[in-house]
Design a protein around this ligand. Sequence first.
Ligand code: SF4
Length: 64
Amino acid sequence: VKIEVDYAKCQGLGICEGLAPDVFEVDENGDLILLMDQIDARSQVDVEAAVECCPMEALRLIQA
Ligand code: SF4
């Protein structure tokens, strides 16, 4: 699966980074950086939690 980020919605709150630090990073400007494009099986549970917990609903998983 792949992650789609709606950067217009993302507020750089970093909740996703807290839940899946291998995948998400919020830089010092509050911009979200994806550390991987294709999500491997090991990270998928964490990523799903991040998608659910993003208060701005800025994250979406798409079947690649
Ligand atoms: S949790 Fe949502 S709003 Fe916060 S940095 Fe991640 S994608 Fe952006």
